[in-house]
Design a protein around this ligand. Structure first.
Ligand SMILES: [Zn+2]
Length: 421
């Protein structure tokens, strides 16, 4: 019989973390800063109770392993860092739930059939330097340190200096890929950060991957002119072209079942009495399927060109950022879904609209996630919360999934040592 994880104790740990690193403005665990160091100190205390000594990899990720009968092992994790004034559960839930699973095995005195490892990824949020998934992308090998060397935080400090103060040498972070052979499979519990689970009353869901993103800049340039003296049919108004494109983005996202956001629209000059000279619209497109994502982008580009022609404007289109959709491991997802069904009678598999460390891990090892609901869909705010009853179920679902993987339930093909990198 597999050890049972004490989910209530996990929630008590999370509340203690919140007491130490939160407050009336929310979680203060900005990566590499004092609150984050306090959070890690607390995690080290809890690991010490289990006589587990964690180690840091060259990217500052914290690894803690309960030795099992074989390797590679099952890795559970998430991130302790938060955005400034963040929520108490984002990231921390997955770390402490993972710790809870290790604790159950350790306290039961049962040696797990495989190594059981907890990982706390460094700087998932990118809230300091603007580069998200720092530690996990160093692990997967997709991080290029040259792209972050030149960044600065709000105080003008460079990553090189801040990381060095945390014992991390920016020139050496590539060495984090050496942990890859230890990861046979990876599971991450995280809050949904959206409203879907709450709306249907689901306490926990399996996650089968992360959406892909295409983020483009559209700049329309027209003719600035007087608001009162320029007849409506004599105008070349870039602001209206951008506004019409924004509405088309909504329609295209609805038609193709994706997400389209136009959160940044800048007109210049921004005056009540003048037709603007230019309008810049940033379009963020997301979809779980690559073909549909590319179709969304093609339609938005075609519409932008047509609108520029219609309104006599010049148009520039530039890519800002792109990532393809990432699929999680089908067997692990099915195992997680089965655990969800066991615990809440209904099974739900969703795709994440946000990126997570698991997406980086999935590049090099079988990975899957579980989501717990978020009250009112809110996250990255002190209002972020999840009903305790749902948290208990979600933590238990992670534990059940983890034990199923350790048992080889469903014939999970764990990654064998040296099977590619
Ligand atoms: Zn997170």
């Amino acid at each position: 019989l597999n050890p049972v994880t004490d989910a209530a104790r996990v929630i008590a740990d999370l509340r203690e973390l919140d007491r130490r690193t939160g407050g009336s403005n929310g979680a203060q665990r900005l990566c590499w800063g004092e609150g984050w160091q306090i959070a890690r100190e607390f995690l080290r205390e809890l690991l010490a109770e289990l006589s587990i000594e964690p180690d840091l990899d060259p990217a500052g990720n914290l690894w803690a392993t309960l030795e099992g009968d074989s390797a590679p092992g099952l890795v559970l994790g998430s991130h302790l860092d938060s955005v400034p004034n963040g929520g108490w559960l984002d990231g921390a839930l997955g770390v402490f739930a993972g710790l809870g699973v290790l604790r159950a095995w350790k306290e039961a005195g049962t040696v797990p059939p495989r190594n059981l490892t907890l990982v706390d990824w460094a700087d998932e949020e990118g809230a300091r330097f603007g580069r998200s998934l720092f530690g996990s992308s160093a692990f997967s090998g997709s991080l290029r340190t040259t792209e972050i060397e030149a960044l600065v935080d709000a105080d003008g400090a460079t990553p090189g200096r801040i990381l060095a103060a945390n014992g991390v040498d920016l020139d050496a972070v590539g060495g984090a890929t050496e942990k890859q052979p230890a990861v046979g499979a990876y599971l991450e519990l995280h809050i949904e950060q959206g409203p879907v689970l709450e709306a249907i009353g689901q306490s926990v869901a399996a996650v089968d991957g992360c959406v892909g993103v295409r983020r483009w800049r559209f700049l329309f340039v027209g003719q600035p002119a007087h608001a009162g003296t320029t007849p409506m049919d004599h105008r070349r108004d870039p602001g209206l072209a951008a506004a019409a494109l924004a509405l088309s983005v909504e329609e295209i996202a609805n038609t193709l079942g994706g997400r389209g956001t136009t959160g940044s629209l800048r007109v210049s000059p921004c005056l009540a009495t003048a037709i603007p000279e230019s309008a810049e619209l940033i379009v963020d497109l997301r979809h779980g399927q690559l073909a549909s994502l590319e179709q969304m982008l093609e339609r938005v580009q075609a519409r932008a060109s047509a609108l520029a022609d219609e309104r006599g404007c010049a148009l520039e289109m530039d890519p800002i950022w792109a990532i393809d959709p990432i699929d999680f491991d089908a067997t692990l997802v099915a195992t997680a879904a089965r655990a969800c069904r066991e615990l809440c009678d209904s099974e739900l598999v969703v795709r994440s609209g946000a990126l997570h460390d698991a997406a980086e891990v999935a590049r090099v090892a079988p990975a899957a996630m579980l989501f717990s609901p978020s009250r009112r869909g809110l996250s990255h705010t002190r209002e972020e919360d999840t009903a305790e009853a749902d948290l208990l179920i979600a933590v238990t679902a992670l534990a059940v999934t983890a034990n199923a993987v350790l048992d080889g339930w469903g014939g999970i093909p764990l990654r064998s040592p040296g099977s590619g990198s």
